[in-house]
Ligand binder design. Structure first.
Ligand code: ACO
Length: 362
């Protein structure tokens, strides 16, 4: 088997910011509650669709890898918020990138989706099925958030992150992986009006069913156990001691879940990457955004032993032990940008308020 290496990385965060203080105008909450119970201070709201966010992140990751779009064999997009049901977000991204030699496929495992895609793409590279894959996590989850529901309104944000996985003769790459699901707990976190099980007539009279609904405390309990167990399992599978782990890059849903996962691995807090304060939970986009920031900040050394762990709707979870390659500097920089917006967050959310109700004048 060949090795696999992450050779490119990039992120795309839409510029419009929704702060905790903005949320105080929308629901009965406070900056103090959100900060102390979740670790989140602000999140981004997108003025473009998921595929656009994914495309910009994809261009940036390809440039960092020194590749042109036609060099890529596979475009894999992890998302639970595609622009539309058909075609896949990946097909839209493949076209916008000009990745004319690539297959394109979406994977939906909600917040765990990027790790599912990273594990499957790395496995395909290591098995020789493809030589290179662009793996993107991209979400516009705030489209499905009812900003009158304080249980979900404060948690989520939009964004995209991407990596390039390539075949290599170097040692390293994916050393351990776990993927899990318990579909019997689907109703703990779902958007019941978003698919073909929907009674369209009933949805007309109750728009709330299109929104993400969550039983936060029950999801929280399961997340702590499943993420911790999966992370510990991949360290063992990789043949590493817990001390060998250089950095934990966890899904960023709640600072208390991150702390519990780190404690399970007996990790020094200095080895845990946390950016939840700036972006909230961007679902499948979270881990590639965090990895890109960790690289930009010099937190990933050549050959670093990384543990990724995620948890989300499904319920689903995944973890990966990844030995990073010898290059942690990008080979190139892309000039891809999102179209401009004036950054007025309440104006951007006006359509959401018109649909679900609420708004600053509630
Ligand atoms: N502002 C103020 N008060 C609030 C808010 C809010 N935004 N939300 C809840 N409260 C209140 C509740 O009403 C309750 O009040 P009460 O004690 O008077 O009844 C109190 O705060 C405690 O509520 P809990 O729901 O028990 O709060 P908890 O500490 O569990 O935090 C949270 C809630 C942040 C949602 C947490 O449960 C959580 O992070 N859950 C996991 C989320 C997650 O991991 N999701 C998976 C990924 S998402 C995906 O896959 C798309």
């Amino acid at each position: 088997m060949t090795g696999s290496a992450i050779t490119g990385w990039g992120k795309c965060l839409p510029p419009t910011v929704l702060t905790n203080h903005d949320l105080e105008m929308l629901v009965d909450t406070s900056d103090d509650w959100i900060t102390s119970r979740t670790g989140i201070k602000e999140r981004r709201i997108s003025h473009v669709g998921t595929a656009e966010l994914a495309t910009v992140a994809g261009f940036r990751a390809l440039a960092a890898a020194g590749l042109e779009p036609p060099d890529v064999d596979l475009v894999s997009v992890a998302t639970c918020t595609p622009d539309m049901l058909l075609p896949s977000a990946a097909s839209l991204v493949q076209d916008r990138l000009g990745a004319v030699n690539a297959g394109a496929v979406d994977q939906n495992a909600a917040c765990s989706g990027f790790l599912y895609s990273l594990i499957t793409a790395s496995g395909m590279v290591q098995a020789g099925i493809v030589e290179s894959a662009l793996v993107i996590g991209a979400e516009r989850l705030t489209y499905f958030i009812d900003f009158t529901d304080r249980g979900t309104a404060v948690l989520f944000g939009d964004g995209a992150g991407a990596v390039v996985v390539q075949a290599t003769d170097e040692p390293g790459g994916l050393k351990g992986s776990r993927m899990g699901s318990d579909g019997s707990l689907a109703k703990l976190l779902w958007a019941p009006g978003s698919g073909t099980a929907t009674d369209r007539v009933a949805l007309e009279s109750n728009h709330k069913h299109l929104a993400v609904e969550m039983n936060g405390p029950e999801v929280f309990k399961k997340a702590v156990t499943a993420m911790g167990d999966a992370a510990a399992a991949v360290v063992e599978q990789a043949g590493w001691a817990l001390d060998d782990v250089d950095i934990l890059i966890p899904h960023q849903a709640n600072i208390r879940i991150i702390d519990a996962t780190a404690r399970r691995l007996h990790l020094d807090p200095a080895k845990v990457f946390i950016n939840i304060a700036s972006y909230g939970n961007t679902s499948a986009a979270t881990i590639p955004i965090a990895l890109t920031e960790a690289l930009e900040m010099g937190r990933v050394e050549p050959g670093a032993r990384i543990v990724f762990a995620a948890f989300g709707a499904g319920l689903s979870w995944a973890a990966a032990a990844y030995e990073f390659g010898s290059r942690t500097e990008p080979l190139g920089v892309s000039d891809a940008e999102l179209p401009p917006t004036d950054g007025d967050v309440m104006a951007l959310l006006a359509e959401n308020f018109a649909y679900f109700g609420g708004g600053p004048d509630r």
